[in-house]
Design a protein around this ligand. Structure first.
Ligand code: NAD
Length: 497
């Protein structure tokens, strides 16, 4: 691939940090160059931030929080701003989708859907903003009343990954803003474009300066400084489990609250009584959507032994019709892999799989395309101890394991350190009920896959993390409770007698 080429068509986007309402360079003057993973052309640059830039952004966010320019507004006013962002995202989706597609390598059609999805989340959060309220205790005696206030946690640091840059940010940011928090975001160094573009959209929607700040750059120093910073009250992180652990360690000295949305090795479970046409489609979606760079991907396909052979044949036939290629082509279902490092990691796992399991589909890089493209790949005969059955590959690689009965399926499903998502395909309500109760994961899909309405909470258990995003509960993550106990002084009972 011709990584490092100058852009031949579109001009290179020169982007900046966004601190206290201003677009600024890195204090060091350094920039990161982003080359499109689908063709190697230079498409964008953004600052390579450092601790000085983080300090400036945090002090802007802290000042905005303390003077209440945002948290002091009524929820109705905050809701208006969030809804205006939603309207702008939906109306201007095309430009953001193009940026997202070029930086991530994902198909433009998919990126367009994602920007509209992000718009829907902002709309939902706008409604939720007005529902925030506290509690009262009026049963403590006639001369005493306690009120529980739900207040914003303060300054929030948000650190995001490259696989769904705008959607992941939108699963956090509108809820933090709805609660009244001020925010500093560190997007992935590979895909910072839409986060920076969002800053202008927020400004046009009426968000006061200083409430939303963006510092681009690498995990160390930018993310690490944010996690260690004494004036950051909470870190909301989405990314790998290893980085999540490093952030928890870095934030321990200041006892920050953290929300952790981490990796997964999710079981997609096919019972013999399932609607097999739907299950084949769901199994393929589970592994090719976003080129498998999906925290909820169905990379562990568990198939009941009695249908394993037939199911695998149907998978191969269907997968042969899936087009891999140029993200700008509307027929492409699978685009490029985001980076050389990720491309090599996936190919390494494919080579590992070839040593111990049976390769039945794909298994190679696509060399006649100009970027980082890999064939969707299926391994059968996978045993639970293999690395391709245990570790998150984050690429279009499916490991097929078999089970005999429902207890076997539940045991295999839970044979992982992770617990993010799972899916069950069955025609039996009893099977669905048992499995949904038995599996340890944050979400269970029955006869559907990657289906995340904005209304429902998402998040993990075990080493997939903790905390919940989306849905009604998401705002609570960004609030603290304060209890006020009020006594009628005429009946105050003196301590000293
Ligand atoms: P990553 O952990 O490498 O990076 C995520 C972010 O953390 C990036 O912005 C990175 O710069 C930053 N970072 C790296 N080191 C850091 C440090 N020491 N301190 C602070 N920040 C640091 O993850 P990635 O490769 O960008 O994304 C893929 C991972 O994200 C996968 O494991 C995937 O499962 C996970 N993910 C989870 C969810 C979810 O909802 N649970 C959603 C999307 C992605």
């Amino acid at each position: 691939m011709n990584a490092g080429k100058k852009s031949s068509a579109a001009p290179v986007r020169k982007m900046h940090h966004f601190i206290n309402g201003r677009a600024v360079q890195a204090s060091s003057g350094n920039v990161i160059e982003r080359f499109a993973p689908s063709n190697g052309e230079l498409i964008s640059t953004w600052p390579e931030g450092d601790a000085d830039d983080v300090n400036a952004a945090v002090s802007a966010a802290k000042a905005a929080y303390l003077d209440k320019r945002w948290s002091g507004l009524s929820a109705a006013r905050r809701s208006d701003v969030l809804r205006a962002v939603s309207v702008r995202l939906k109306a201007n989706f095309a430009e953001l989708a193009m940026m997202e597609s070029m930086e991530t390598g994902k198909p433009l059609t998919q990126a367009s859907d994602e920007v509209k999805w992000a718009g829907d989340i902002w709309d939902f959060a706008a409604g939720q903003a007005r529902a925030i309220h506290g509690d009262s205790h009026s049963n403590l005696g006639g001369d005493k009343l306690a009120i529980v206030l739900r207040e914003p946690v303060g300054v929030v640091g948000i650190i995001t990954p490259w696989n769904y840059p705008l959607v992941v940010l939108s699963q956090k940011l509108p809820y933090a803003l709805a609660a009244g928090c001020s925010v500093v975001v560190k997007p992935s160094e590979l895909t910072s474009g839409t986060t920076i573009a969002l800053a202008r959209i927020l400004e046009q929607a009426g968000l006061p300066s200083g409430v939303f700040n963006v510092v681009t750059g690498y995990g160390n120093p930018v993310g690490k400084t944010l996690a260690e910073h004494p004036d950051v009250d909470l870190i909301s992180f989405t990314g790998s489990t290893a980085t999540g652990k490093a952030i928890i360690a870095a934030s321990a000295a200041t006892l920050k609250r953290t929300i952790m949305e981490l990796g997964g090795k999710n079981p997609n479970i096919i019972f013999a009584d399932a609607n097999l046409d739907a299950a084949v489609d769901g199994a393929i979606k589970g592994i090719v959507y976003n080129a498998g760079a999906e925290c909820c991907s169905g990379s562990r396909l568990l198939v009941q032994s009695s249908i394993a052979e037939e199911f695998t044949k149907r998978l191969k036939d269907r997968l042969a019709t899936v087009k891999v290629g140029d993200p700008m082509n509307k027929d492409s279902k699978v685009g490029a892999i985001v980076s050389k490092q990720q491309y090599e990691k996936i190919l390494h796992y494919i080579e590992e799989g070839k040593k111990s399991a049976k390769l039945v589909f794909g298994g190679s890089a696509i060399k006649d395309l100009p970027g980082f493209f890999i064939e969707p790949t299926i391994f059968t005969g996978v045993t639970p101890d293999l690395s391709i059955a245990r570790e998150e590959i984050f690429g279009p690689v499916m490991s097929v394991l078999t089970f005999d009965d429902i207890d076997d399926a539940a045991r295999l499903a839970n044979d992982t350190l992770y617990g993010l998502s799972s899916a069950i395909w069955t025609g039996s309500i009893d099977t669905a009920l048992f499995m949904a109760r038995e599996i340890r994961s944050g979400i269970v899909w029955v006869n559907t896959f990657l289906d995340v309405p904005s209304e429902v909470p998402i998040g993990g258990v075990r080493q997939s993390g903790f905390g919940r995003e989306n849905g009604r509960m998401a705002i609570e993550e960004f609030c603290v409770l304060k209890t006020v106990v009020i006594q009628d002084s005429r009946t105050y009972s003196p301590y000293l007698g």
